[in-house]
Design a protein around this ligand. Structure first.
Ligand SMILES: *[C@@H]1O[C@H](CO)[C@@H](O)[C@H](O)[C@H]1NC(C)=O
Ligand SMILES: *[C@@H]1O[C@H](CO)[C@@H](O)[C@H](O)[C@H]1NC(C)=O
Ligand SMILES: *[C@@H]1O[C@H](CO)[C@@H](O)[C@H](O)[C@H]1NC(C)=O
Ligand SMILES: *[C@@H]1O[C@H](CO)[C@@H](O)[C@H](O)[C@H]1NC(C)=O
Ligand SMILES: *[C@@H]1O[C@H](CO)[C@@H](O)[C@H](O)[C@H]1NC(C)=O
Ligand SMILES: *[C@@H]1O[C@H](CO)[C@@H](O)[C@H](O)[C@H]1NC(C)=O
Ligand SMILES: *[C@@H]1O[C@H](CO)[C@@H](O)[C@H](O)[C@H]1NC(C)=O
Length: 389
């Protein structure tokens, strides 16, 4: 008799706990969080709705296996999850007009971070720092730094349109898909002190970049409309597709003395102070075209011995073409499209308009797609068969 009673009681208890901690829930008002009181691991997703003002999770909640979503809660001023360590799914915050406190002091691991339109959020209180996330998209916030996010690897890392952001300094060692930094605070310093490998890199509108250990970019690397004067890639040996520096109006010096190969187009355009192109001591192979235009007076590429696409060097200044005429006649430059001319009225690039295709404002998920497409305009068509791998 007693045993059956006990059994029933136990079953009931399990049933109750299960009902609370393993089903998706919606939180409509601040008080609704009490539903989470007995949960440590929450199996499911939590969706916080419009009517909330200040959400404080019970300290017991340490993990959420699904998503944590707060979308359109325009009256929410603060969100705190004092015990939360992991979010398995997406941590999505969107359209939270007055959210000024975001406190997750124990949070270290998130599936995906997707934060957009948080115009009152200036800083994060992430004491332990998020060190693991697959993708990060942070757009249109008031954040002045990303202190609190310190990832080691990520698939996508896209930080755009955060107008007060002064620095991005992240421990990332490998970005397996795209790395995009654009349209943030004027002069933002994009530092990736540990980054060795990336698939694609796009940096626009930055004041400085720091890639001291970057060794390989598998696909494209593009630096557009940045205000740095000098830039260096001391360890970079290979870029699988295109490498471009475009519309960097103060740029006077680019150094990449270990760079041996650019698989696609090597483009320098609209850099209105870049007169001397040197410090590419080992650049031997360009799989696409070499396309340099602007105010260049000296171009020195001492190791160049295989350019599979065309060659375009146009300058408004006096520039010597002797070296490149020789490379053309000796067959180092294989594309038919060959131009080398100084003292031109206008110096034209032959690769599509990287400098004009702003991207962050049109597509936050794959911001650099626009330039990816414009790359197709590259004048390597004549040797497409050779370039196609
Ligand atoms: C980075 O990740 C890519 C894709 O998983 C891999 O091919 C590459 O070897 C990794 N690079 C480093 C330095 O870990
Ligand atoms: C950018 O940050 C790097 C390291 O984080 C630093 O070495 C560099 O001086 C900074 N640039 C500027 C302009 O402050
Ligand atoms: C270039 O960057 C500056 C900030 O440094 C920004 O104000 C301007 O809109 C950008 N121009 C383009 C064409 O993206
Ligand atoms: C640039 O080229 C000119 C003429 O060939 C030469 O006199 C000058 O020393 C060169 N400057 C640099 C910085 O290489
Ligand atoms: C250079 O700038 C001009 C005018 O700003 C623009 O029309 C052109 O497309 C730019 N070129 C490249 C290669 O971005
Ligand atoms: C991308 O972000 C900017 C700034 O928040 C916004 O204006 C734009 O509408 C967003 N684009 C998309 C496709 O979401
Ligand atoms: C990134 O690289 C891939 C090839 O790995 C390329 O197809 C794609 O267009 C690139 N994406 C961007 C946004 O540049």
């Amino acid at each position: 008799m007693l045993n059956i009673k006990r059994l029933l009681f136990a079953a009931l208890a399990v049933g109750m706990v299960a009902a609370q901690c393993d089903e998706d829930i919606e939180i409509q008002s601040d008080g609704d969080v009490s539903q989470l009181d007995s949960c440590s691991r929450f199996d499911g997703s939590i969706n916080i709705k419009k009517g909330v003002a200040n959400i404080i999770f019970p300290t017991s909640v340490s993990s959420i296996t699904g998503d944590l979503i707060i979308d359109g809660a325009v009256g929410l001023t603060g969100f705190s999850a004092p015990g939360l360590k992991t979010i398995g799914g997406s941590f999505k915050l969107n359209g939270l007009t007055v959210l000024s406190t975001l406190s997750c002091p124990e949070l270290v691991s998130v599936g995906d971070i997707a934060w957009s339109t948080l115009p009152a959020l200036q800083s994060l209180s992430f004491t332990k720092k998020v060190s693991k996330a697959n993708t990060v998209l942070i757009t249109d916030t008031l954040l002045t730094s990303l202190e609190g996010i310190n990832l080691v690897t990520a698939e996508r890392f896209n930080i755009n349109n955060n107008r007060y952001l002064r620095s991005v300094n992240v421990a990332l060692g490998n970005v397996t898909d795209v790395l995009i930094i654009e349209a943030n605070g004027k002069g933002v310093n994009a530092s990736f002190p540990n980054l060795k490998w990336a698939n694609n890199i796009t940096v626009r509108d930055a004041g400085d970049v720091y890639f001291p250990v970057l060794e390989e970019v598998k696909s494209t690397a593009a630096f557009v409309n940045n205000t740095f004067e000098t830039v260096s890639f001391p360890e970079l040996t290979q870029v699988g597709e295109s490498l471009a520096f475009v519309s960097c109006s103060r740029l006077t010096k680019i150094s990449a003395n270990e760079l041996e190969e650019v698989g696609g187009t090597f483009q320098l355009a609209n850099n209105t102070k870049l007169a001397v192109v040197e410090d590419f001591d080992k650049l031997a192979v360009v799989g696409g075209a070499v396309d340099i235009s602007g105010v260049v007076t000296n171009v020195t590429l001492p190791s160049l011995d295989d350019v599979r696409g065309g060659f375009n060097l146009q300058s408004t200044e006096d520039v010597s073409c002797d070296e490149f005429n020789d490379l053309k006649s000796s067959g180092v430059i294989k594309g038919d499209d060959f131009t080398c001319a100084g003292k031109k009225e206008t110096a034209e690039s032959k690769t599509g308009g990287l400098g004009t295709a702003g991207s962050g404002s049109t597509d936050n998920e794959s911001a650099a797609a626009t330039f990816g497409a414009s790359m197709l305009v590259a004048f390597v068509a004549g040797v497409a068969a050779m370039v196609a791998l």
